[in-house]
Design a protein around this ligand. Structure first.
Ligand code: ADP
Length: 618
């Protein structure tokens, strides 16, 4: 009984593994099927091993002993062959043993391999039974010898050589934990075979095989299918919730923009009134500033939700970096306002004239850090520096913004990019902000495969450095002519004065705002509240320009536009005017064929440009 100690304990733990393995839901893969076969073979081998040893110890000369001893050899060879097939499956060039059977394109390959092994096994099985086998037993210990045993051991040795072949042909993947059982068996099987040949009463080979089967269990690619299914359901639900959140936010942003359009529009118009008392003028400016902050918040929330839902796309176009840096400088100057801060601008002149990239997003990133520098600096200077590194057709823009502001504590730098995280709130109470700017900036930089580095000394100042790679556009590409004309010029311009414009919007307040703003240029404004009405009006009146809201009930602005275009004689420029101001919208509308795009609330400068482009014949 003591000689069976290893087999009994091996049978115990392999049975345990079998219960766990077969009770667990798993994918139907070649790897799993082969492993199932390996477990079954291991159990049968252990049982036959114990039976043959027991029978031989009692009486080696019976037919039962002879049969069981030969059957044991067959079993151990069956185990070695199954394990060899398993090694071939995991190291096959097709390497798709872990792919579900239903989806496995290489199934015929594995099937053929399996049949080859099966035929090999049947031949070996017959030979083991045909060749003679001798049993030695002195009722205390037993072992077998003779041609059948030698043949079996030779087959096992050939199989082990095949594993070695597989291991070395996959030398790069040799560290893959899946090969561990093969290595372990070479070491363990060799040692146990040596021990068994020296001390024949210690029967170890079958236990070594059982141990390897258990070891393989821990290396097999056998994910918990139930858990994966649950995770997939949770993922789908989370995605749905996230999409619902994004939709809700974009609807909210649309809804907020409409009244905001009225607030900024009327305030802008009021600001132009010359006979306003000074106090009212100040109030109007405050209203405008508050509306700007509100718009910034709406845009920020919308951007972050888009980024988190992976819906923010990088849209590349040709652009002039110099014009962008100029705009940024102007905007920063406005932001600095009356504060005693000197803005030092150093732009590397080797930057190509035309770059190809998402200039809206690049501008947004730089503007965010410039705005922060202006916000968090009381006095001193801000250095806005742009360097470039050109390699082939790539220009790396290295933008740094250094300020002499309040600085950031070392331990707070990591928190800087968290959403809604504002540092030093007690010191910053008077500075407006949401804590979204840098979170968006970082995500945008990541989306453009760039880098953002922050250096800061608390109380002394900060330096933000962004590097983004942009393609260099070929020099013969033309940029859109963006010559700008001031409103003062336009309002004096006879070409603009008296021109007729149609505003189409289902919201009365929006029509009122647009009319008020357009009338300032001396333009004659007509309006209507639906697509159908617009189609009617256009039949009898020839307008110089049409502003079209998109989101209208019954017939959308886009549908109305396409109906207008059905008339081959229709050549009035149509500008889409929409509160749907998320990224990518401009490209979408221009793709539909609209001449231009204006987002609500209407930006004065953008309106100036549109008027200049379509109504100023000069
Ligand atoms: P916001 O400026 O709207 O609060 P940001 O995400 O842009 O949000 O910035 C997060 C925080 O990082 C700010 O509240 C501020 O405390 C800190 N911060 C950003 N830029 C600077 C800077 N140049 N100097 C000092 N502190 C800064």
């Amino acid at each position: 009984m003591s000689s069976l100690f290893f087999q009994i304990s091996s049978l115990f733990y392999i049975a345990l593994i079998a219960v766990i393995y077969f009770s667990k839901k798993k994918y139907d893969t070649i790897e799993n099927r082969t492993y199932s076969l390996l477990i079954v073979t291991t159990i049968i081998t252990l049982i036959i091993d114990m039976a043959s040893v027991s029978a031989a110890l009692v009486n080696p000369d019976t037919i039962l002993s002879a049969f069981l001893c030969k059957f044991y050899l067959v079993c151990i060879i069956a185990w070695v062959i199954t394990f060899t097939y398993y090694i071939l499956v995991i190291s096959s060039r097709k390497n798709s043993g872990h792919v579900k059977i239903k989806e496995n394109k290489n199934l015929p390959y594995f099937k053929n391999l399996f049949y080859v092994f099966l035929i090999m096994f049947i031949v070996i099985y017959l030979l083991i039974f045909i060749l003679p086998l001798y049993i030695f037993s002195d009722h205390r210990k037993m072992y077998t010898y003779g041609p059948s045993a030698v043949f079996s051991y030779s087959i096992a040795a050939i199989c082990i050589l095949m594993w070695l072949g597989c291991l070395f042909s996959n030398i790069k993947k040799i560290r893959d934990k899946k090969y561990l059982p093969a290595f372990a068996f070479i070491v363990l099987g060799g040692t146990s075979a040596f021990i068994q040949s020296t001390f024949p009463d210690i029967l170890l080979v079958t236990s070594a095989a059982a141990f390897i089967t258990v070891l393989t269990y821990f290396t097999i690619e056998n994910p918990d299918v139930k858990m994966i299914e649950e995770l997939n359901i949770a993922k789908t639900q989370a995605e749905k919730a996230n999409n619902a959140k994004t939709d809700f936010l974009s609807n909210m942003s649309h809804e907020i923009r409409t009244p905001l359009n009225a607030i900024t529009g009327f305030s802008e118009a009021l600001k132009e009134e010359s006979d306003l008392p000074e106090r009212v003028k100040e109030d109007v400016n405050d209203i405008l500033m508050a509306s700007d902050s509100l718009l910034e918040i709406v845009n920020g929330v919308l951007d972050i939700s888009k980024i988190e839902a992976n819906k923010l796309e990088i849209i590349n176009n040709n652009y002039s970096p110099y014009k962008m840096f100029n705009d940024l400088t102007t905007l920063t100057k406005v932001r600095i306002g009356e504060k005693p801060i000197e803005l030092i601008v150093k732009i590397d002149e080797t930057i190509p004239k035309v770059l190809y990239g998402d200039h809206t997003r690049v501008k947004q990133v730089i503007l965010n850090i410039l705005t922060n520098a202006a916000k968090y600096t009381k006095e001193g200077h801000i250095i806005f520096k742009v360097d470039s590194l050109i390699k082939g057709d790539i220009c790396r823009l290295i933008v740094s913004v250094e300020d002499t502001g309040i600085g950031i504590k070392r331990d707070k730098i990591d928190k800087l990019f968290d959403k809604f995280e504002r540092l030093d709130e007690d010191r910053n109470t008077t500075i407006e902000g949401t804590g979204l700017g840098l979170a968006i900036t970082k995500k945008l930089v990541q989306l453009m495969h760039g880098q953002l580095v922050v250096q800061s000394i608390y109380g002394k100042g900060s330096k933000f450095t962004v590097s983004i790679d942009q393609k260099i556009a070929t020099s013969d590409v033309k940029l859109e002519d963006t010559m700008e004309v001031s409103r003062e010029e336009l309002t004096k311009d006879e070409d603009v004065i008296g021109k007729s414009v149609l505003v189409v919007d289902d919201n009365k307040l929006n029509i009122k705002v647009a009319t008020r703003l357009l009338e300032e240029y001396g333009i004659t404004v007509d309006s209507c509240m639906s697509g159908a009405e617009c189609l009617e009006k256009v039949k009898s009146i020839k307008y110089d320009l049409i502003f079209m809201d998109d989101m209208m009930p019954r017939m959308s602005g886009t549908e109305t536009f396409h109906k207008l275009k059905e008339d081959p004689n229709f050549n009035t420029p149509v500008v889409v005017l929409t509160a749907n101001a998320i990224a990518g919208m401009e490209e979408k509308y221009l793709g539909e064929g609209f001449n231009s795009y204006l987002s609500k609330p209407i930006e004065r400068k953008a309106l100036d440009n549109v008027i200049n482009k379509y109504l100023n014949n000069q």
